[in-house]
Design a protein around this ligand. Structure first.
Ligand code: ADP
Length: 412
Protein backbone atom coordinates (compact mmCIF):
# COMPACT_ATOMS: atom_id res chain seq x y z
CA UNK A 1 0.00 0.00 0.00
CA UNK A 2 1.29 3.53 -0.83
CA UNK A 3 1.23 6.11 1.90
CA UNK A 4 1.34 9.88 1.72
CA UNK A 5 2.53 11.16 5.09
CA UNK A 6 0.34 13.95 6.41
CA UNK A 7 0.86 13.68 10.13
CA UNK A 8 2.57 16.35 12.17
CA UNK A 9 5.48 15.02 14.19
CA UNK A 10 5.75 15.86 17.87
CA UNK A 11 8.31 18.46 18.95
CA UNK A 12 10.23 15.74 20.80
CA UNK A 13 10.50 13.59 17.72
CA UNK A 14 11.55 16.53 15.57
CA UNK A 15 14.25 17.60 17.99
CA UNK A 16 15.47 13.98 18.15
CA UNK A 17 15.69 13.98 14.32
CA UNK A 18 17.70 17.21 14.38
CA UNK A 19 20.03 15.65 16.92
CA UNK A 20 20.41 12.53 14.75
CA UNK A 21 21.13 14.72 11.74
CA UNK A 22 24.00 16.32 13.67
CA UNK A 23 25.33 12.93 14.75
CA UNK A 24 25.18 11.60 11.18
CA UNK A 25 26.95 14.63 9.78
CA UNK A 26 29.79 14.16 12.23
CA UNK A 27 30.49 10.61 10.95
CA UNK A 28 32.82 10.19 8.00
CA UNK A 29 33.12 6.41 7.91
CA UNK A 30 30.39 4.90 5.73
CA UNK A 31 30.01 1.66 7.73
CA UNK A 32 29.71 3.52 11.06
CA UNK A 33 27.20 5.81 9.48
CA UNK A 34 25.01 3.00 8.13
CA UNK A 35 25.04 1.21 11.48
CA UNK A 36 24.01 4.41 13.23
CA UNK A 37 21.18 5.04 10.76
CA UNK A 38 19.57 1.63 11.15
CA UNK A 39 19.87 1.68 14.93
CA UNK A 40 18.03 5.00 14.97
CA UNK A 41 15.51 3.81 12.36
CA UNK A 42 14.52 0.84 14.55
CA UNK A 43 14.38 2.97 17.71
CA UNK A 44 12.31 5.77 16.19
CA UNK A 45 9.68 3.45 14.71
CA UNK A 46 9.70 0.91 17.59
CA UNK A 47 10.63 -1.81 15.13
CA UNK A 48 12.48 -5.02 15.94
CA UNK A 49 15.12 -4.41 13.31
CA UNK A 50 16.05 -2.22 10.37
CA UNK A 51 18.17 -2.51 7.27
CA UNK A 52 19.61 -0.45 4.44
CA UNK A 53 19.88 -1.49 0.81
CA UNK A 54 21.89 0.67 -1.56
CA UNK A 55 21.71 0.67 -5.33
CA UNK A 56 24.73 -0.84 -7.09
CA UNK A 57 24.99 1.57 -10.04
CA UNK A 58 26.69 -1.04 -12.25
CA UNK A 59 24.31 -3.97 -11.90
CA UNK A 60 21.29 -1.77 -11.08
CA UNK A 61 20.41 -4.09 -8.22
CA UNK A 62 19.96 -3.26 -4.56
CA UNK A 63 22.38 -4.73 -2.05
CA UNK A 64 22.14 -5.02 1.74
CA UNK A 65 24.68 -2.74 3.35
CA UNK A 66 23.69 -2.93 6.99
CA UNK A 67 21.08 -4.45 9.29
CA UNK A 68 20.45 -3.88 12.98
CA UNK A 69 20.38 -7.56 13.88
CA UNK A 70 23.96 -8.85 13.77
CA UNK A 71 24.17 -9.02 10.03
CA UNK A 72 25.19 -12.31 8.57
CA UNK A 73 28.25 -11.37 6.44
CA UNK A 74 26.84 -13.45 3.56
CA UNK A 75 23.89 -11.09 3.43
CA UNK A 76 26.01 -8.27 2.06
CA UNK A 77 26.32 -10.21 -1.16
CA UNK A 78 22.64 -10.95 -1.61
CA UNK A 79 21.48 -8.94 -4.60
CA UNK A 80 17.89 -7.77 -4.48
CA UNK A 81 16.50 -7.12 -7.97
CA UNK A 82 14.55 -3.93 -8.64
CA UNK A 83 11.78 -5.96 -10.27
CA UNK A 84 9.70 -8.33 -8.15
CA UNK A 85 11.00 -7.33 -4.71
CA UNK A 86 9.54 -5.14 -1.98
CA UNK A 87 12.65 -2.98 -1.64
CA UNK A 88 12.79 -2.69 -5.45
CA UNK A 89 9.15 -1.52 -5.52
CA UNK A 90 9.87 1.17 -2.88
CA UNK A 91 12.92 2.26 -4.85
CA UNK A 92 11.17 2.39 -8.23
CA UNK A 93 7.98 4.03 -6.99
CA UNK A 94 10.13 6.44 -4.99
CA UNK A 95 7.41 6.34 -2.31
CA UNK A 96 7.17 4.96 1.24
CA UNK A 97 5.39 1.64 1.48
CA UNK A 98 3.96 -0.43 4.37
CA UNK A 99 3.64 -4.20 3.99
CA UNK A 100 1.61 -5.31 7.01
CA UNK A 101 2.10 -9.03 6.37
CA UNK A 102 4.97 -10.01 4.08
CA UNK A 103 3.78 -13.62 3.84
CA UNK A 104 0.82 -12.33 1.81
CA UNK A 105 3.01 -10.38 -0.61
CA UNK A 106 4.18 -12.21 -3.74
CA UNK A 107 7.25 -9.97 -3.93
CA UNK A 108 8.52 -11.22 -0.56
CA UNK A 109 11.60 -13.38 -0.86
CA UNK A 110 11.80 -16.01 1.91
CA UNK A 111 15.47 -16.70 1.03
CA UNK A 112 16.46 -13.34 2.40
CA UNK A 113 14.80 -14.09 5.74
CA UNK A 114 16.63 -17.39 5.90
CA UNK A 115 19.95 -15.86 4.96
CA UNK A 116 19.74 -13.17 7.61
CA UNK A 117 18.28 -15.55 10.17
CA UNK A 118 15.50 -13.11 10.97
CA UNK A 119 11.82 -13.79 10.54
CA UNK A 120 10.35 -10.72 8.87
CA UNK A 121 6.62 -10.15 9.39
CA UNK A 122 5.96 -6.52 8.48
CA UNK A 123 7.99 -3.89 6.61
CA UNK A 124 7.97 -0.13 6.39
CA UNK A 125 10.21 0.82 3.45
CA UNK A 126 11.18 4.37 2.43
CA UNK A 127 13.42 5.51 -0.43
CA UNK A 128 16.78 7.11 0.37
CA UNK A 129 18.08 9.99 -1.77
CA UNK A 130 21.35 11.82 -2.01
CA UNK A 131 21.13 15.41 -3.21
CA UNK A 132 19.65 14.52 -6.61
CA UNK A 133 18.69 10.88 -7.08
CA UNK A 134 17.39 7.84 -5.23
CA UNK A 135 20.31 5.78 -3.87
CA UNK A 136 18.66 3.02 -1.88
CA UNK A 137 15.96 1.92 0.54
CA UNK A 138 15.73 2.16 4.33
CA UNK A 139 13.50 -0.50 5.90
CA UNK A 140 12.06 -0.88 9.40
CA UNK A 141 11.08 -4.49 10.09
CA UNK A 142 8.36 -5.86 12.42
CA UNK A 143 6.66 -3.10 14.40
CA UNK A 144 6.81 -4.27 18.02
CA UNK A 145 3.17 -3.45 18.77
CA UNK A 146 0.42 -2.96 16.23
CA UNK A 147 1.18 -1.87 12.70
CA UNK A 148 3.41 0.87 11.28
CA UNK A 149 1.66 4.25 11.48
CA UNK A 150 1.61 7.38 9.34
CA UNK A 151 3.89 8.96 11.95
CA UNK A 152 6.40 6.13 11.45
CA UNK A 153 6.27 6.78 7.72
CA UNK A 154 6.99 10.45 8.18
CA UNK A 155 9.74 9.85 10.73
CA UNK A 156 11.49 7.25 8.59
CA UNK A 157 11.14 9.40 5.47
CA UNK A 158 12.88 12.33 7.18
CA UNK A 159 15.56 10.02 8.57
CA UNK A 160 16.11 8.52 5.11
CA UNK A 161 16.54 11.98 3.59
CA UNK A 162 19.08 13.02 6.21
CA UNK A 163 20.81 9.65 5.88
CA UNK A 164 21.01 9.76 2.07
CA UNK A 165 22.92 13.04 2.10
CA UNK A 166 25.15 11.93 4.99
CA UNK A 167 26.01 8.65 3.23
CA UNK A 168 26.86 10.48 0.01
CA UNK A 169 29.04 12.91 1.91
CA UNK A 170 30.84 10.10 3.75
CA UNK A 171 31.32 8.27 0.44
CA UNK A 172 32.87 11.35 -1.14
CA UNK A 173 35.18 11.79 1.85
CA UNK A 174 36.25 8.15 1.60
CA UNK A 175 36.87 8.54 -2.14
CA UNK A 176 38.92 11.66 -1.48
CA UNK A 177 40.95 9.92 1.21
CA UNK A 178 41.54 7.01 -1.14
CA UNK A 179 42.59 9.34 -3.97
CA UNK A 180 44.95 11.11 -1.57
CA UNK A 181 46.48 7.80 -0.43
CA UNK A 182 46.87 6.71 -4.09
CA UNK A 183 48.60 9.98 -4.93
CA UNK A 184 50.99 9.61 -2.02
CA UNK A 185 51.81 6.09 -3.10
CA UNK A 186 52.42 7.26 -6.66
CA UNK A 187 54.64 10.04 -5.42
CA UNK A 188 56.63 7.58 -3.31
CA UNK A 189 57.03 5.26 -6.30
CA UNK A 190 58.25 8.14 -8.43
CA UNK A 191 60.80 9.09 -5.77
CA UNK A 192 61.94 5.45 -5.47
CA UNK A 193 62.25 5.21 -9.23
CA UNK A 194 64.40 8.34 -9.38
CA UNK A 195 66.66 7.01 -6.63
CA UNK A 196 67.10 3.66 -8.37
CA UNK A 197 67.52 5.12 -11.86
CA UNK A 198 70.08 7.68 -10.77
CA UNK A 199 72.19 5.06 -8.97
CA UNK A 200 72.00 2.71 -11.93
CA UNK A 201 72.98 5.45 -14.40
CA UNK A 202 75.89 6.73 -12.35
CA UNK A 203 78.11 3.66 -12.60
CA UNK A 204 78.16 3.25 -16.41
CA UNK A 205 78.54 6.99 -16.79
CA UNK A 206 81.65 7.02 -14.56
CA UNK A 207 83.13 4.31 -16.79
CA UNK A 208 82.39 6.35 -19.94
CA UNK A 209 83.92 9.48 -18.41
CA UNK A 210 87.01 7.54 -17.26
CA UNK A 211 87.67 6.00 -20.66
CA UNK A 212 86.97 9.19 -22.61
CA UNK A 213 89.43 11.23 -20.55
CA UNK A 214 92.03 8.44 -20.89
CA UNK A 215 91.53 8.27 -24.70
CA UNK A 216 91.59 12.09 -24.88
CA UNK A 217 95.10 12.14 -23.48
CA UNK A 218 96.36 9.73 -26.14
CA UNK A 219 94.39 11.14 -29.07
CA UNK A 220 95.60 13.16 -32.09
CA UNK A 221 94.12 16.70 -32.45
CA UNK A 222 91.20 15.71 -34.72
CA UNK A 223 90.22 12.81 -32.47
CA UNK A 224 90.67 15.02 -29.40
CA UNK A 225 88.08 17.47 -30.72
CA UNK A 226 85.54 14.69 -31.20
CA UNK A 227 86.29 13.24 -27.78
CA UNK A 228 85.76 16.70 -26.28
CA UNK A 229 82.19 16.63 -27.60
CA UNK A 230 81.65 13.19 -26.06
CA UNK A 231 83.11 14.47 -22.81
CA UNK A 232 80.89 17.57 -22.79
CA UNK A 233 77.77 15.44 -23.35
CA UNK A 234 78.79 13.03 -20.57
CA UNK A 235 79.42 15.91 -18.16
CA UNK A 236 75.99 17.31 -18.96
CA UNK A 237 74.49 13.89 -18.27
CA UNK A 238 76.36 13.73 -14.97
CA UNK A 239 74.85 17.01 -13.85
CA UNK A 240 71.33 15.73 -14.64
CA UNK A 241 71.99 12.55 -12.68
CA UNK A 242 73.44 14.63 -9.84
CA UNK A 243 70.11 16.51 -9.59
CA UNK A 244 68.33 13.18 -9.24
CA UNK A 245 70.83 11.98 -6.63
CA UNK A 246 70.44 15.20 -4.68
CA UNK A 247 66.82 14.32 -4.05
CA UNK A 248 68.03 11.70 -1.62
CA UNK A 249 69.48 14.44 0.63
CA UNK A 250 66.01 15.88 0.83
CA UNK A 251 64.35 12.56 1.53
CA UNK A 252 66.78 11.49 4.25
CA UNK A 253 65.95 14.79 5.95
CA UNK A 254 67.42 16.70 8.81
CA UNK A 255 69.14 13.77 10.51
CA UNK A 256 71.65 13.63 7.67
CA UNK A 257 72.79 17.28 8.02
CA UNK A 258 76.32 17.79 9.38
CA UNK A 259 75.96 21.37 10.63
CA UNK A 260 79.03 23.44 11.46
CA UNK A 261 79.86 27.15 11.84
CA UNK A 262 80.78 28.70 8.50
CA UNK A 263 81.47 32.27 7.37
CA UNK A 264 78.93 32.72 4.61
CA UNK A 265 80.99 35.50 2.97
CA UNK A 266 84.09 33.35 2.49
CA UNK A 267 81.91 30.39 1.51
CA UNK A 268 80.20 32.30 -1.33
CA UNK A 269 83.48 33.94 -2.46
CA UNK A 270 85.02 30.48 -2.98
CA UNK A 271 81.91 29.18 -4.72
CA UNK A 272 81.65 32.08 -7.18
CA UNK A 273 85.34 31.81 -8.08
CA UNK A 274 84.88 28.19 -9.19
CA UNK A 275 82.22 28.88 -11.79
CA UNK A 276 83.57 28.33 -15.27
CA UNK A 277 80.29 28.18 -17.21
CA UNK A 278 79.72 31.94 -16.88
CA UNK A 279 83.20 32.56 -18.32
CA UNK A 280 82.49 30.20 -21.21
CA UNK A 281 79.27 32.08 -21.96
CA UNK A 282 81.07 35.44 -21.74
CA UNK A 283 78.85 36.50 -18.89
CA UNK A 284 79.96 38.95 -16.22
CA UNK A 285 79.63 37.51 -12.75
CA UNK A 286 79.86 40.16 -10.03
CA UNK A 287 80.00 39.45 -6.30
CA UNK A 288 78.90 42.00 -3.71
CA UNK A 289 80.28 40.81 -0.40
CA UNK A 290 80.59 42.63 2.93
CA UNK A 291 84.00 43.03 4.54
CA UNK A 292 82.89 41.52 7.85
CA UNK A 293 82.23 37.74 8.13
CA UNK A 294 78.65 36.50 8.58
CA UNK A 295 78.61 33.32 10.65
CA UNK A 296 75.92 30.76 9.91
CA UNK A 297 75.45 27.15 10.95
CA UNK A 298 75.21 25.05 7.79
CA UNK A 299 76.18 21.76 6.22
CA UNK A 300 78.59 23.22 3.61
CA UNK A 301 78.22 20.30 1.18
CA UNK A 302 74.44 20.60 1.23
CA UNK A 303 74.37 24.43 1.08
CA UNK A 304 76.69 24.23 -1.92
CA UNK A 305 73.95 22.29 -3.74
CA UNK A 306 71.42 25.03 -2.90
CA UNK A 307 73.59 27.94 -4.05
CA UNK A 308 74.91 26.09 -7.11
CA UNK A 309 71.39 25.33 -8.28
CA UNK A 310 70.55 29.04 -8.12
CA UNK A 311 73.81 30.08 -9.79
CA UNK A 312 73.47 27.46 -12.54
CA UNK A 313 69.95 28.68 -13.30
CA UNK A 314 71.04 32.35 -13.33
CA UNK A 315 73.72 31.48 -15.87
CA UNK A 316 71.55 29.09 -17.86
CA UNK A 317 68.62 31.49 -18.24
CA UNK A 318 70.78 34.58 -18.95
CA UNK A 319 71.86 35.25 -22.54
CA UNK A 320 75.47 35.02 -23.73
CA UNK A 321 77.30 38.15 -22.59
CA UNK A 322 74.68 38.68 -19.84
CA UNK A 323 75.28 39.59 -16.24
CA UNK A 324 74.87 37.76 -12.94
CA UNK A 325 75.13 39.52 -9.57
CA UNK A 326 75.69 37.63 -6.34
CA UNK A 327 75.15 39.40 -3.03
CA UNK A 328 75.63 38.32 0.58
CA UNK A 329 74.41 40.59 3.37
CA UNK A 330 73.31 40.62 6.97
CA UNK A 331 69.63 41.49 7.48
CA UNK A 332 68.57 41.65 11.13
CA UNK A 333 69.11 38.21 12.60
CA UNK A 334 69.43 36.59 9.18
CA UNK A 335 72.08 36.15 6.52
CA UNK A 336 70.83 36.72 2.96
CA UNK A 337 72.28 35.30 -0.20
CA UNK A 338 70.81 36.54 -3.46
CA UNK A 339 71.44 36.08 -7.15
CA UNK A 340 70.17 38.48 -9.78
CA UNK A 341 70.30 37.51 -13.44
CA UNK A 342 69.64 39.24 -16.74
CA UNK A 343 67.64 36.34 -18.14
CA UNK A 344 64.18 35.59 -19.38
CA UNK A 345 62.42 36.44 -16.12
CA UNK A 346 59.57 34.42 -14.58
CA UNK A 347 55.83 35.24 -14.84
CA UNK A 348 54.42 36.44 -11.50
CA UNK A 349 51.92 33.56 -11.23
CA UNK A 350 54.74 30.99 -11.55
CA UNK A 351 57.03 32.39 -8.88
CA UNK A 352 55.86 29.89 -6.25
CA UNK A 353 55.24 26.91 -8.51
CA UNK A 354 58.81 26.80 -9.83
CA UNK A 355 59.80 25.42 -6.41
CA UNK A 356 57.63 22.30 -6.91
CA UNK A 357 59.31 19.09 -8.05
CA UNK A 358 59.44 18.70 -11.86
CA UNK A 359 57.78 22.06 -12.51
CA UNK A 360 59.16 23.99 -15.48
CA UNK A 361 57.78 27.23 -16.87
CA UNK A 362 58.40 26.23 -20.49
CA UNK A 363 56.51 23.26 -21.87
CA UNK A 364 58.87 20.28 -21.95
CA UNK A 365 58.37 19.79 -25.72
CA UNK A 366 59.19 23.40 -26.56
CA UNK A 367 62.01 23.77 -24.06
CA UNK A 368 65.29 25.23 -25.15
CA UNK A 369 67.03 24.72 -21.77
CA UNK A 370 68.21 21.43 -20.37
CA UNK A 371 67.14 20.26 -16.92
CA UNK A 372 64.70 18.04 -15.07
CA UNK A 373 62.82 20.69 -13.11
CA UNK A 374 64.26 19.42 -9.82
CA UNK A 375 66.93 22.00 -8.93
CA UNK A 376 64.71 24.58 -7.25
CA UNK A 377 62.58 22.00 -5.43
CA UNK A 378 65.75 20.50 -3.99
CA UNK A 379 67.13 23.95 -3.14
CA UNK A 380 63.91 24.86 -1.31
CA UNK A 381 63.70 21.67 0.67
CA UNK A 382 67.39 21.82 1.62
CA UNK A 383 67.20 25.51 2.60
CA UNK A 384 64.18 24.68 4.78
CA UNK A 385 66.09 21.82 6.44
CA UNK A 386 68.47 24.59 7.59
CA UNK A 387 65.48 26.54 8.97
CA UNK A 388 65.94 28.93 6.09
CA UNK A 389 63.64 30.43 3.46
CA UNK A 390 63.94 30.68 -0.29
CA UNK A 391 61.91 32.73 -2.77
CA UNK A 392 62.06 34.42 -6.14
CA UNK A 393 61.19 37.86 -7.49
CA UNK A 394 61.02 38.83 -11.12
CA UNK A 395 59.90 41.63 -13.40
CA UNK A 396 58.91 40.28 -16.82
CA UNK A 397 61.69 40.70 -19.34
CA UNK A 398 64.10 42.09 -16.77
CA UNK A 399 65.58 38.96 -15.28
CA UNK A 400 64.94 37.29 -11.94
CA UNK A 401 66.30 37.43 -8.44
CA UNK A 402 66.47 34.45 -6.09
CA UNK A 403 66.88 34.85 -2.33
CA UNK A 404 67.98 32.49 0.44
CA UNK A 405 67.62 33.69 4.03
CA UNK A 406 69.40 31.70 6.75
CA UNK A 407 69.37 32.21 10.52
CA UNK A 408 72.66 33.59 11.88
CA UNK A 409 74.76 31.18 13.93
CA UNK A 410 73.98 31.36 17.65
CA UNK A 411 75.73 34.26 19.37
CA UNK A 412 76.53 36.03 16.07
P1 ADP B 1 65.43 23.07 -14.31
O1 ADP B 1 66.29 21.87 -14.23
O2 ADP B 1 64.34 22.94 -15.29
O3 ADP B 1 66.19 24.35 -14.42
P2 ADP B 1 64.67 24.11 -11.72
O4 ADP B 1 63.91 23.48 -10.62
O5 ADP B 1 66.04 24.61 -11.39
O6 ADP B 1 64.69 23.08 -12.90
O7 ADP B 1 63.81 25.32 -12.27
C1 ADP B 1 62.44 25.12 -12.56
C2 ADP B 1 61.98 26.10 -13.61
O8 ADP B 1 61.97 27.43 -13.09
C3 ADP B 1 62.89 26.19 -14.82
O9 ADP B 1 62.60 25.15 -15.73
C4 ADP B 1 62.54 27.54 -15.37
O10 ADP B 1 61.34 27.47 -16.10
C5 ADP B 1 62.30 28.36 -14.12
N1 ADP B 1 63.54 29.09 -13.68
C6 ADP B 1 64.38 28.72 -12.69
N2 ADP B 1 65.36 29.62 -12.52
C7 ADP B 1 65.14 30.59 -13.44
C8 ADP B 1 65.80 31.81 -13.78
N3 ADP B 1 66.90 32.21 -13.15
N4 ADP B 1 65.28 32.56 -14.78
C9 ADP B 1 64.15 32.15 -15.43
N5 ADP B 1 63.48 31.01 -15.17
C10 ADP B 1 63.96 30.25 -14.19
Amino acid sequence: MFISPETRLSATKLSRLVEISRELNAKTNVDDLLTHIITQAALLTQAEAASILLLDPNTRQLRFKAASNAMNPAMKDIPVPLEGSIAGAVFQANEPMIIADVSQDPRWNQNVSEAIEFQTKSILGVPMHDVQRPVGVLEALNKQQGGFTAEDVETLTILADIAGVAVEKARLIEQLQQAYADLNELDQRKTDFIAIASHELRTPLSIILGYVSFLREEADPLMAEQLDSVMAAAVQLRSLIQDMLNLQYVDTGKTALALRPVDLVAFVRALAAKDETAVARQQTMMTHLPTKPIPVSIDPGVMEIVFNNLLDNAIKFSPEGGRVDITVERRGDEAWFHVRDSGTGIPADKLERIFKRFYQVEHHLRRQYEGLGLGLAIAKELAELHNGRIWAESVAGQGSQFFVALPLAEGA
